[in-house]
Design a protein around this ligand. Structure first.
Ligand SMILES: *Cc1c(COP(=O)(O)O)cnc(C)c1O
Length: 426
């Protein structure tokens, strides 16, 4: 593990050089801001891997996808909608490596039709998918996502291996799947193991061994192995990145052993989501009420869990900073509970897993000051909703000193789009 970071500050005046007061004056609050410079650096960190396949579900705005494509990254899509997003951003399903791979545990009807129409490569997470793909696209090549029987994740809801996880093909089912593939004239060319976020390299070497065992079961049709995603980013002081050199070395060693055994080249893919975008993203909100309730001081914002769901879903911790409207940077700190506007008591940004309300040390602030939820680029906007009749926030991209609006704030029309009131029967 690399050295722990200590870099989060409780005050902030700008994002990527853009004064927060200016961003807000032009685009309002709440609003998401992404710093392209951070994304570029994260892509560069991973250059040792042959292929970096972005798990776009982390942040799927087509502008972000376009920029990642220009940086040489390819994408993963988990639904027909994500496949279409990738196409809109210019990815070519037939490039080498595959510009788009459909990865899921099921095909819905639209997805299997799209896979057939576009000839998409598929990463199958269930034996049923092999049969369904074989019937729709005889002669297809596939990747198998294997659940090695153990997992790792930062919460029960993000653990992606082991018997409690719904993901992947159970490791004892590999032989049956290979027979299914033969039966349906499907060639297994890829092997994938994504078992969730973690920094534990000891654990990772177990994953590598499991992958090698399955690779030998599959045999010489195999040309690509994927380490999946799950590279962590620090969400608070004291947390660290994984040691990428060591991480790469472990996977590369497995790859080289397989190359020696099979006598041909094996491509090593990585499939990060969070790592590429989390730290680039900020959610700016305005403080709309400051109130004392018994022991607790609350800052209530114009952003809620409809804008950023990770705290209510996982008890996730996001660094928080304050931008004072008048540019003050007070040094004293007070204990604060930060909440949103939604009519639901769980609408608290400072909560721990299990829903326990926690306090955060933040500078004194008043109505009209701005509060920034940091490291919000992954699983932030993409999980936002219209709950409580709220418009989803705009997304801004700061790139080379310029601010681009890459998604406008929704309007009332977006809210009722597709709804209709049927006539009353007489
Ligand atoms: C979500 C997901 C990822 C990315 O996970 P991160 O923790 O964001 O890196 C990668 N691969 C698959 C199949 C996923 O479902």
């Amino acid at each position: 593990m690399s050295a722990a970071t200590n870099r989060f500050s409780t005050t902030r005046q700008d994002i990527a050089g853009q004064p927060i007061v200016d961003l807000v004056a032009q685009y309002g609050t709440p609003c998401y801001v992404y710093d392209m410079g951070v994304i570029r650096r994260r892509v560069a960190d991973l250059k040792a891997f042959d292929v970096v396949r972005y798990a776009q579900k982390a942040c799927s705005n087509i502008a972000i996808l376009d920029r990642l494509r220009r940086l040489g990254v390819v994408v993963d899509a988990v639904s027909a909608g994500e496949v279409r997003r990738a196409l809109s951003a210019g990815f070519d399903p037939h490039s080498k490596p595959h510009g788009i791979v459909y990865t899921a545990d099921v095909f819905d009807r639209e997805a299997i039709d799209l896979v057939k129409e576009l000839g998409l490569h598929v990463n199958c997470g269930s034996p049923d998918m092999i049969e369904q793909l074989g019937s729709a696209v005889p002669g297809a090549s596939v990747t198998l996502r294997i659940n090695p029987g153990f997992g790792h994740g930062h919460s029960q809801k993000t653990n992606t291996g082991g018997p409690q996880s719904k993901h992947g093909i159970w490791h004892e089912d590999v032989d049956r799947c290979l027979r299914l593939a033969d039966l349906h004239n499907v060639a297994v060319t890829g092997l994938h193991m994504h078992i969730g976020s973690g920094t534990d390299l000891e654990h990772l070497s177990q994953v590598c061994s499991a992958l090698e065992r399955v690779a030998h079961q599959i045999g010489r049709t195999l040309t690509t192995i994927s380490a999946g995603g799950g590279l962590p980013v620090p969400y608070r002081d004291g947390q660290s990145y994984v040691d990428l050199d060591q991480y790469f070395r472990l996977w590369d060693t497995s790859r080289k052993r397989l190359e020696a055994d099979f006598g041909h080249a094996i491509t090593l893919e990585l499939e990060p989501g969070r790592y590429l975008v989390a730290e680039s993203g900020f959610l700016i909100a305005e403080i709309r009420a400051v109130k004392k309730m018994g022991e607790n001081l609350f800052y209530l914002l114009d952003a809620g869990f409809n804008d950023l769901a990770r705290p209510i879903l996982y008890g996730a911790y996001h660094p928080i900073s304050i931008a004072h409207r008048n540019g003050r940077t007070p040094t004293e700190l007070v204990d604060v509970v930060v909440g949103g506007p939604l009519c639901e008591s769980g609408d608290i940004f400072t909560q721990e897993e299990g829903g326990f309300v926690a306090k955060r040390k933040l500078p004194p602030a008043s109505v009209g000051d701005f509060l920034i939820m940091e490291v919000a680029g992954a699983y932030g906007f993409v999980m936002s909703s219209n709950y409580n009749g709220r418009y989803r926030a705009p997304e801004l991209l700061v790139e080379d000193g310029k601010v681009h609006c890459i998604r406008k704030r929704e309007t009332y029309d977006c809210l009722i789009q597709g709804e209709s009131i049927p006539p009353v029967s007489a």
